[in-house]
Design a protein around this ligand. Structure first.
Ligand code: ADP
Length: 423
């Protein structure tokens, strides 16, 4: 950039020192990688030719409706109006965001603040001892991308200072825009990489989860085919029971995956109808009962308005988890509440550490306790909570006195009225 020619075009005559400084700013700005490095360069190089004590950069967000402070430097401490401050710009500042408008200049911050409400940023600047402020938007094309606020504790700013800052702002706008774009791209890349890693882990986990029940199904059906005549009726019934449970487990996993993909593409639908939660629980649990391990179900009928397929999916997940991660004893309680029904799935296993009790409900969230078991994928509970939400209910976890409980609540709305009519 030819500083002198550029300044002449803007109607400023630069002194030798100013030309030199502006040249150095340009060189450092061009070498700067991050927005912070670019702004640091301006702060350090510009001070000898412009009397300021503080410089602030705000992003212009939401088409100029919000200014977010992302960088501040001052020659003093403490800085009261700091990074992270978000403000809706008032009219005098908003107007400067229109291309061709003059920058904002205020040489009497004391009076300026006193005319504004207590929570106005002007009061914070005053508390920092600031006397004069000017701001200058940075444009890329016709779009304002950011704003520089330059403040002084001792001097006032002249129109020449304004011209100089405009000159600098126009030079750094492109570099800042480029740097922001690079950061956004890097972020996006990191997100994509994470997504890719999660997908790979998911595929590995799913294959593992499916392999277990399918291996049992294959093995058991071969035993039944080859040795049926050697088995007595009781033995055959046990094997068929396990076969039913394992194949229903495999089908359940596939159904869960379909649900997740429907949810992700916004095509998940629930069709609520009047249902008795106790009936749904009994239906799911029947597939899990074995002579060695029984799940006890207590409680009454509880009529709710819910999609039976989805309710079963949630309960199946909770029971399957209790088998995988829970203790020896698993029991379920169903009860009616004032506004709906509740299913509680209990087990006396080690439970989930406090730090993991919410993350297990996030997609791909598993508890550290279960990692290493090779089975944890972290889809079931996230999906179950989404389903409960979709039916206006909720799903939560508690651990008390050595007992884990997953609590599914579903609403009744007008379900009870309809149920009594049907009975
Ligand atoms: P997955 O079983 O595939 O990991 P889930 O979303 O169903 O996915 O479960 C998430 C995590 O919650 C499990 O990995 C496990 O760490 C934990 N978890 C779920 N149920 C129980 C339970 N009954 N006892 C202890 N930990 C559990």
């Amino acid at each position: 950039m030819n500083e002198t020619a550029d300044a002449t075009r803007r109607g400023i005559t630069l002194s030798a020192e100013e030309t030199d400084r502006l040249y150095r700013i340009s060189a450092r700005v061009n070498a700067g990688v991050s927005v912070e490095q670019i702004l640091d360069a301006v702060f350090e190089e510009f001070r000898p030719i412009l009397p300021y004590d503080r410089m602030e950069y705000t992003n212009v967000d939401d088409g100029g409706r919000l200014l977010t402070t992302t960088w501040v430097r001052a020659t003093y401490e403490p800085v009261i109006l700091g990074v992270g401050h978000i403000v809706e710009p008032e009219r005098s500042i908003k107007e400067t965001l229109i291309p061709g408008s003059p920058p904002f200049l205020e040489n009497d911050v004391q009076r300026y603040a006193s005319e504004r409400p207590e929570d106005h940023p002007g009061h914070k600047l005053l508390a920092e001892g600031i006397r004069a402020v000017m701001s200058c938007p940075m444009f890329v094309g016709d779009e304002a991308i950011g704003m520089l606020f330059i403040s002084s504790r001792s001097e006032i700013f002249t129109s020449r200072h304004v011209q100089l800052i405009q000159h600098v702002a126009s030079h750094i706008a492109g570099a800042i825009a480029q740097s922001r774009l690079r950061v956004a791209l890097e972020q996006r890349n990191a997100e994509l990489e994470l997504l890719h890693r999660q997908r790979s882990a998911l595929i590995a986990g799913i294959s593992h989860e499916l392999r277990n029940p399918l291996t049992s199904v294959v093995g058991l059906s071969m035993t039944l085919r080859d040795s049926l005549e050697k088995l007595d009726e009781g033995e055959a019934a046990v094997l068929i029971g396990i076969l039913a449970r394992e194949s229903s487990e495999a089908a359940g996993i596939v159904e869960d995956l379909l649900t997740v993909s429907r949810h992700e593409s916004g095509r998940l639908e629930v069709s609520p109808e009047v249902r008795d939660l106790r009936g749904e629980v009994d239906h799911v649990v029947a597939a899990w009962q074995t002579p060695e391990r029984k799940v006890r179900v207590d409680g009454s009928n509880a009529w709710v308005l819910a999609d039976p397929l989805r309710v079963r999916q949630i309960i199946r997940n909770l029971v399957s988890n209790a088998f995988k991660y829970g203790g020896e004893t698993i029991w379920i309680n169903v009860r009616s509440t004032e506004d709906g029904g509740v299913v509680e799935v209990f087990d006396d296993g080690p439970g989930i550490p406090e730090a993991d009790r919410e993350t297990i409900f996030e997609m791909y969230g598993t508890s550290a306790e279960s990692t290493g078991r090779g089975e944890a994928v972290g889809v079931g509970l996230a999906m179950s909570r989404q389903l409960a939400d979709a039916m206006n209910g909720d799903l939560t976890y508690q651990f008390e006195n050595g007992v884990s409980s997953f609590v599914l609540r579903l609403p009744r709305t007008d379900a009870e009225a309809q149920a009594t009519r049907w009975e």
